[in-house]
Design a protein around this ligand. Structure first.
Ligand SMILES: [Zn+2]
Length: 90
């Protein structure tokens, strides 16, 4: 039988389980919140661990959204002021 590998949180030694988290990106004038990101989450302290592949995917998504937002902002200068929050779910 395969022994299931239990991963422990380096912070509190809690057991890490698969779950979801939120990633917040703060760019020049836009704040992007990526919701529902697949991650390993500590069941004790809630620390989220995102794998390289997922992080890469989210980064790509954020980059694409940034381009979209910037082209949108260019056509509507009054919207370009202040902080914006864009929420996306993966
Ligand atoms: Zn922990």
């Amino acid at each position: 039988m395969l022994k299931e590998k239990v991963r422990r949180c380096p912070e509190c030694k809690g057991i890490i389980k698969t779950g979801h988290t939120e990633m917040v990106y703060e760019l020049k004038d836009i704040k992007i919140t990526v919701k529902n990101v697949s991650a390993n989450v500590c069941s004790k302290c809630g620390q989220a661990f995102i794998t390289g592949r997922i992080a890469e995917e989210v980064n790509r998504l954020v980059n694409r959204i940034c381009e979209d937002v910037h082209s949108f902002v260019k056509t509507q200068p009054e919207i370009g002021k202040g902080h914006k929050e864009v929420a996306i779910a993966v």
